[in-house]
Design a protein around this ligand. Structure first.
Ligand SMILES: CC(C)(COP(=O)(O)OP(=O)(O)OC[C@H]1O[C@@H](n2cnc3c(N)ncnc32)[C@H](O)[C@@H]1OP(=O)(O)O)[C@@H](O)C(=O)NCCC(=O)NCCS
Length: 180
């Protein structure tokens, strides 16, 4: 197993490898997950192409809690070509996060709040992030509540942000800054 990219409070984030594919496919097959992440189940080939063979500067990790794999989290520093999608100017810096907890019975227990807060804090302390963003669909009430509890705030409504099952969905740009 590769070395952790982040560790705190019982959480360990370990870079995703080929060995994680079956687990990730299973997680993404769960309606409670793909309803808000990806919009549909995915195949191992799709995940391999998107997460393993992809050379984008994104850190893709499996989240372990007390040694057990519980979900997926990716983080990245916005490169210039990605900035317009969330309304950032070229001179504005930001780090982004995307995640899901793969086991629905773990939802709603405060795990996401601790995870997101801990990752944001470490992006600031270990990578120098001055702004961390996340972009939940406007209907994803649980995620929005989770991110607000973690210290993120809504900064911008982004209309028709992402196409899901043929329908354009609006999303909130939410932001966390160290010290706020
Ligand atoms: C979003 C996600 C990461 C949040 O993690 P989590 O551990 O479930 O979140 P938390 O338990 O810390 O916080 C969720 C909050 O939303 C509340 N909540 C849950 N379902 C809700 C609903 N339908 N309406 C309103 N609030 C809801 C919970 O009660 C909790 O708030 P509370 O502590 O004030 O009671 C996780 O639920 C998940 O992976 N969901 C599926 C995929 C997904 O949505 N990914 C995020 C894409 S942006």
């Amino acid at each position: 197993m590769p070395d952790a990219v982040m560790s705190f409070g019982g959480f360990t984030l370990i870079p995703m490898t080929e060995a994680d594919l079956p687990r990730v496919v299973e997680w993404r097959s769960r309606p409670e997950v793909h309803e808000w992440y990806g919009g549909r189940p995915v195949t191992a080939e799709e995940i391999r192409a998107k997460h393993l063979d992809n050379t984008d500067p994104v850190t893709r990790s499996i989240v372990h809690l007390d040694g057990e794999p519980i979900g997926f989290l990716q983080f990245y520093e916005y490169i210039d070509e990605w900035k317009p999608a969330i309304g950032l100017r070229p001179d504005e810096e930001a780090w982004g996060l995307d995640l899901y907890l793969g086991e629905p019975h773990l939802h709603g227990q405060g795990i996401g709040t601790r995870l997101v807060r801990g990752v944001a804090e470490r992006l600031a302390s270990e990578h120098g992030a001055t702004r961390v963003t996340i972009d939940p669909h406007v209907g994803n009430t649980a995620a929005i509540r989770c991110y607000e509890k973690a210290g993120f705030r809504k900064v911008r409504l982004m209309p028709s942000y992402e196409r899901v099952r043929g329908e354009w969905k609006d999303a909130w740009l939410m932001e966390w800054r160290p010290g706020e």
